[in-house]
Every structure is written in structure tokens, then in C-alpha cells.
Design a protein around this ligand. Structure first.
Ligand code: FAD
Length: 522
């Protein structure tokens, strides 16, 4: 009962600027009556933080919607009152992007409401000669995978490394992994969306229909609407994966080989190409690298990494079915023969496709056991133009970083032509660009000052400053900027369009305030 009183008080508070408009008040009361609104302190506290653990912002109310209509009703009421509303997927942002201080957080992934329509199995599109599936915007990718596998042995084509992220959350950024060089990011593999705009309108959009909204929303950082349904492209899921890692001490050879591999697009190619940087041996044991097993023929420490000890690991997979098992060695060997890695540094393992896709979750469970998952994560994700990646290597991996990574450093190239320039996402202006991801964990009580939050945050700033000083035109992925001018610079030539879309679809700037791009009513 106490909670009901607090909730009523919060709704009155939210409606205090609504004035005499009755409709929003009724809508809110209906939603509250259906148990979808909460001001329970534990719900509010959970929605006030994210995976990064660096930002806090308490919402006044948390919503757990039962359907897209409920989302529209809430946003419509909030629009009338000018109240901030942020869609939250799994809250795995690192800089408060899914927060809505003083407003409403809509927990899209909580309870995962699936309407009858969204429980339909995948369908075949004659026009595209391809299967697709319609999913709820708050569905986690792991659930999408499980659904499509049991309904036809299908799977989405483009992935993130970690599957406990929501469809709406990754489509609001890009959604990238080692398949992006060939299939493009996840935003290049979505055909249609249902979106609730910042005015509370429900709209279906695609390349053909309401295309301005469609292109705005994908990679749009939650600024133009809330994705309630997404139509995702599928392919037949392979049964097995051959997962290979090889090592380099020569960055030029590593980058050349990575770029060679992503230029291949026929059947004779790997299905996944990533890589990471090893600046200290401790990294071998980090959460993304449980791969190197005692069965491997060479121990990392026995490799003589010349120079200052920085190593690069190229990581690839080749999908296959049980029927192809007899030829997989031959196929992989032919591809590996073209590469210049350190001889005898080939580490391979075979595993079911699903286990490969879900690999990071296994590492998560281990970290959780040790209490090392819920620590601050000052991550820095950069897109670096290929023409300057060697300068970046020299200045950062061999310079600024010293021998402390404090987490995995991913590095892999992608092809720009697989990205649709009409979307809101921004990438460097070159045919090939790299993701460089510093996935850091700060350990406040470790006694190791090099792993303190302050030290890692300072190092992130030094990396950005280094790029600025030597003129490397990076773009932040999962961007975080502190001032309007930095955002304008981030979007560059796309800024004016971004502004136009904002005034068209969210004129009161109530959506996605946690991104810090616009102030409500700005
Ligand atoms: P949230 O953090 O909840 O939200 C992120 C943003 O999206 C917010 O602005 C929010 O308002 C908006 N949003 C959420 N749902 C919707 C919706 N339905 N409609 C409109 N806007 C919405 N990214 C990659 O690309 N590749 C990776 O391999 C990868 N690996 C990761 C591994 C880990 C362990 C973590 C923590 C993150 C990883 N990420 C990766 C980053 C991740 O994709 C983004 O942080 C993503 O936003 C997280 O999804 P989420 O559901 O948690 O979104």
C-alpha cells in the first residue's frame, strides 16, 4: 500500500506540468493499475545505474510495458508533460546512456512481453529469398537465437560478441562482431521496425516506408523513437565452428593479413575475423581468452615476441556442418597458408556454433563467481581509419599503454561499404576502418593503482588526445561526449540531418536523455 501511495504521488508529480490535459493522466493511471509502473526503491535503484558503473541517474518511475501500445501510451503522456523517457534494454551501456534522471525508464527487456505476433516462427521472404523473424525490441539476442534455432534451424547473420544485449540496444548503436566484414553490422541486417516516436505515435518503418524514421533510428542512440519490433534477417545456422587463433609480433603483417581476410567474400573465406592485442601476459588469462588450453602445442611464454613484447592475436572461425567435417582441415589450411603469423602459433578448437556465439557468457559466469563482473568499466571503443592504424599501434599499444591493458583490447577491420550511410551511425571516411575496443575493468580495491578507475579514465583521455594531436580522425563507437560541440563534431556532416530528424520525431527532446546529446525542450 505504501508503494501505491508513492506511485500515485510520483504520477501526480510527473503530471504536474500536464495541466488540465486529462488523457495522459488517465493513460498513466491505467498503466499503473495494470502494474506496469513502479516506484519501488529497488526498481528505481536498478534503473539508475548501468554496466559501466560510472554514471547514476534515478528515474522517478520505472515502466515494464506489456505491449507496444503501452509504450505508446506512456510516451504520449510524457510528451504532453515534457517528461524524459528512456528505453532501456539490458542496461549494458557504460556511460549512463540508458538512464533517465527524473523521468521514466522503460525496461524493454524486463519480462520480455511477446505479443502473439512476435511468437510467430521465422518466415520466408520470396522478394529477398531469405528467412526473417519479427522480434520484440527488448528481446535479448540469446533469446532470438534460441527461438530461431528451434523454429527451423535458423540464426541471425550478424552478431555482437556477447548475446545478453537487447535487439533495441544494439540496433541503436550498430551491433558489431567478426561477421560484420561480410554481413555488415546488425543494423545492416534489419528490414523493418515498429517504432514509438517521441510524440507517442506508433509507426512502422523500413527502407520503403517512413524511411527517414527507419534510417534515423538505426544507429540513432535512442534519439528518435523506441523500437518495439524489429524484423531480422536470418540464415541457416551451421552446426559447428572451427575456431582458430594465430599470433604475430609484427603489426604490419597482422594488419595486412586481417585486411586481406576481410577482402574475401566468396565461399573461400572465414566466417568471422577479429583480433586482439596482448600487451602483457596476464591478458592471456582474461575473461575473453579462456581459449588457450594446456592441449595447445605452444605456450605463449615460449614465443619470443621481439621488441617490447607486444603480441597480436588474429582470431578466425570457419563454420561447417557434420557432413563437411572431412574437408574442414583442408579448407582452413588453404586459408591459413596465405597468412604470415608466427610459425607454430596456431591454436584451434572445434565447438558447436551456439557455444561459439555464446562464448562471452561463459566467461561472464566465471567473473561473476569471483565478484569481478560488477566493477566499474571505463570502456573506450574507437573506429580508427585503416590508413592510420599503424600510427595508432605505434603511439598507443607501444607507447601510452605501457604493459598494462586492464582488460581485453579488441582490434579488427570492417568494410565501410557494408554500412548504410543513410543511418545515424558515424564511421571514419575510409573504405576500411578498425574497431579498437579497450574493454577495461577497474579494480578499486586491488591495490594496483594502474587499474584504478582514475588511472584508466585518464589513460582513455590520453588516447583520445593522442589521436587529436597526431590527426587520426577516429570516431567513437558507443559514443560518449560531454559537450554539444563534441557531439556536433562527432556527427560531422551528419549533424544537420540528425537535428532535423530530432525535431521531426522527438521535438521536445524527451527521448534518450541519458546520452546527453540534447536537453529536454532544447
Ligand atoms: P542499453 O544499455 O539498455 O541501451 C543502450 C542505448 O540504446 C540507450 O540509449 C537506450 O535508450 C537505447 N535503447 C535500448 N533499447 C531501445 C529500444 N528498444 N529502442 C530504442 N532505443 C533503445 N557492442 C557491439 O556492437 N559488439 C559487441 O561485441 C559488444 N559486446 C559487448 C559485451 C559486453 C559484455 C557489454 C557490456 C557490451 C557489449 N557491447 C557490444 C555494447 C552493447 O552493444 C551496447 O552497450 C548496447 O547498447 C547494449 O545493449 P543494451 O540492451 O544493454 O542497451
Amino acid at each position: 500500500m505504501a508503494n501505491a501511495m508513492v506511485l500515485l504521488f510520483a504520477i501526480c508529480h510527473l503530471m504536474s506540468t500536464v495541466g488540465p490535459t486529462v488523457a495522459p493522466a488517465e493513460l498513466l493511471l491505467q498503466l499503473a493499475g495494470a502494474g506496469q509502473l513502479s516506484v519501488d526503491p529497488s526498481d528505481v535503484a536498478a534503473a539508475a545505474a548501468d554496466f559501466g558503473g560510472l554514471a547514476r541517474g534515478e528515474p522517478a518511475v520505472v515502466m515494464r510495458p506489456g505491449s507496444s501500445r503501452d509504450v505508446a501510451a506512456l510516451v504520449s503522456a510524457a510528451y504532453g508533460a515534457g517528461i524524459p523517457v528512456t528505453a532501456r534494454g539490458h542496461g549494458h551501456s557504460t556511460n549512463g546512456q540508458s538512464l533517465a534522471a527524473g523521468g521514466v525508464v522503460i525496461e524493454m527487456s524486463h519480462g520480455r512481453p511477446r505479443t502473439a505476433e512476435l511468437q510467430r516462427p521465422p518466415e520466408y521472404s520470396v522478394e529477398r529469398d531469405e528467412y526473417y523473424v519479427d522480434v520484440w525490441g527488448g528481446d535479448l539476442w540469446i533469446d532470438v537465437l534460441n527461438w530461431t534455432l528451434v523454429n527451423g534451424g535458423l540464426a541471425p547473420k550478424s552478431w555482437t560478441d556477447y548475446l545478453y544485449l537487447s535487439v533495441g540496444g544494439t540496433l541503436s548503436n550498430a551491433g558489431i562482431s567478426g561477421q560484420a566484414f561480410h554481413h555488415g553490422p546488425q543494423i545492416s541486417n534489419v528490414y523493418e521496425l515498429d517504432v514509438v516516436t517521441g510524440k507517442g505515435e506508433m509507426m512502422t518503418c523500413s527502407e520503403e516506408k517512413n524511411s527517414e524514421l527507419f534510417h534515423g533510428v538505426i544507429g540513432g542512440l535512442g534519439q528518435f523513437g523506441i523500437i518495439t519490433r524489429a524484423r531480422i534477417a536470418l540464415e541457416k545456422a551451421p552446426q559447428m565452428v572451427r575456431w582458430i587463433r594465430v599470433l604475430y609480433s609484427d603489426f604490419a603483417a597482422f594488419a595486412r593479413d586481417q585486411e586481406h581476410l576481410i577482402s574475401l567474400h566468396g565461399a573461400e573465406r572465414f566466417n568471422y575475423v577479429e583480433g586482439f592485442v596482448i600487451v602483457d601476459e596476464g591478458l592471456i588469462n582474461n575473461w575473453r581468452s579462456s581459449f588457450f588450453s594446456p592441449k595447445n602445442p605452444v605456450k605463449i611464454s615460449s614465443l619470443a615476441p621481439g621488441g617490447d613484447g607486444v603480441l597480436y592475436c588474429l582470431e578466425m572461425t570457419k563454420n561447417y556442418d557434420y557432413d563437411d567435417a572431412a574437408t574442414i582441415d583442408e579448407v582452413v589450411d588453404a586459408l591459413l597458408r596465405e597468412l604470415s603469423f608466427i610459425p607454430a602459433s596456431v591454436f584451434t578448437t572445434d565447438l558447436p556454433y551456439v557455444d561459439f556465439l555464446d562464448r562471452v557468457h561463459r566467461a561472464e559466469l566465471k567473473l561473476r563467481e569471483k565478484g569481478l563482473w560488477e566493477v566499474p568499466h571505463p570502456w573506450l571503443n574507437l573506429f580508427v581509419p585503416a590508413s592510420r592504424i599503424a600510427d595508432f599501434d605505434h603511439g598507443v599499444f607501444h607507447g601510452l599503454l605501457g604493459d598494462k591493458a586492464s582488460g581485453p583490447i579488441l582490434i579488427y577491420p570492417m568494410n565501410k561499404h557494408k554500412w548504410d550511410n543513410r543511418s545515424s551511425v558515424v564511421t571514419p571516411d575510409e573504405d576500411v576502418f578498425y574497431l579498437v575496443a579497450f574493454l577495461r575493468s577497474a579494480l578499486p580495491n586491488s591495490g594496483d593503482s594502474a587499474r584504478s578507475l582514475e588511472d584508466l579514465t585518464r589513460q582513455n583521455e590520453e588516447i583520445l588526445k593522442f589521436c587529436e594531436d597526431v590527426g587520426i580522425e577516429i570516431k567513437q563507437y558507443l559514443p560518449h561526449h560531454k559537450s554539444k560541440s563534441q557531439w556536433v563534431r562527432h556527427f560531422g556532416p551528419k549533424w544537420m540531418r540528425f537535428l532535423q530528424r530530432k525535431s521531426q520525431f522527438d521535438p521536445k527532446c524527451i527521448l534518450g536523455t541519458g546520452q546527453g546529446i540534447f536537453d529536454p525542450f532544447s
